[in-house]
Design a protein around this ligand. Structure first.
Ligand code: URA
Length: 289
């Protein structure tokens, strides 16, 4: 029998580990469920760079004959394969950004939805020349339902302002549309898992197709690696231009990874690199390169 003191210290330990959400009334014995196949590893793709194939998924592995649990606390989240298939179908059916937002809100293939307070879709001019894709909402974003509204977002606004850009601008040439790779906050701001990223990827592919910007900026390694289908870290990818494409995008989009503003808050010395990248973007916008 566990006493109150032990229970309190166990809860404190979990809080210290970043566990700050309860997702079910009763525990689920995950080991009793059928093992799910892992998400397909990203494959090299021809130029222009495309995210891992958003049109076909890996074949489901045969299920093992394990009896289901008597009564799971909540519906069992979709496995990686089912989630990918369901995401691709829902995303490709969306013909407008509003339909895409509705499709995301109805999507049950990413367990982050259960613990998040709000869906964080995107903000800014829908004809903006620039689309910036961050990682995932944090606490402030989750509460307000808007991307980049916390300290990292304030730094991002100052960075964009330094080259004459503004997320609130009415002029598409100066406007930046801002969104995140994942629309739901990972509990305790932990890094998203590969399968969470894979489940949400078809929605980001479609988000870019529907917005069709001239320039894409990937803030941080999560969006840069997933959308450019690369394995290098952000310090190797930042400042380089890539040609981004996808099946239903009618043009090739110039894409550049940048250091994430939250990283710059922790490592102010790296702002030099970020400034170089911003200047490179400014030159492109001005048609100099
Ligand atoms: N970090 C992100 O990547 N996105 C946000 O919206 C906030 C912080």
């Amino acid at each position: 029998m566990i006493g109150v003191v032990e229970s309190v210290s166990a809860l404190r330990f979990l809080l210290d580990c970043g566990v700050d959400e309860v997702i079910g009334e009763e525990p689920t014995d995950w080991s009793a469920l059928s093992p799910r196949p892992r998400a397909q590893a990203a494959v090299a793709s021809p130029d222009p760079v495309r995210p891992p194939d958003a049109a076909s998924g890996p074949k489901p592995a045969p299920r093992q004959n394990v009896p289901p649990p008597a009564r799971p606390a909540d519906p069992v989240p979709l496995g990686a394969v089912e989630a990918g298939q369901s995401a691709r179908m829902a995303a490709s059916a969306a013909k407008t950004l509003d339909e895409l937002k509705e499709a995301l809100a109805a999507f049950d293939g990413c367990a982050l939805k259960k613990t998040a307070t709000n869906l964080v879709f995107g903000t800014g001019h829908r004809s903006a020349r620039i689309m910036l894709v961050g990682e995932a909402p944090g606490e402030n974003e989750d509460r307000q339902g808007l991307p980049f509204v916390g300290p990292a977002g304030q730094l991002l606004d100052r960075m964009l302002g330094a080259i004459g850009l503004d997320r609130h601008a009415d002029d598409p040439a100066k406007a930046v549309y801002i969104t995140n790779m994942l629309p739901w906050r990972p509990p305790g701001n932990r890094s998203p898992t590969d399968s969470e990223i894979a489940a949400c990827l078809p929605f980001m592919v479609r988000h870019i197709e529907l917005l069709a910007p001239d320039f894409l900026i990937f803030a941080g390694g999560i969006s840069a690696k997933a959308m450019l289908n690369r394995t290098e870290g952000i310090t190797r990818l930042r400042g380089r231009w890539f040609d981004y494409g996808s099946a239903d995008l009618k043009k090739t989009v110039a894409a550049m990874p940048m250091l994430h503003p939250a990283y710059l808050l922790r490592s102010p010395d790296a702002k030099r690199e970020a400034w170089k990248d911003l200047l490179a973007l400014k030159l492109r916008l001005d048609g100099v390169h």
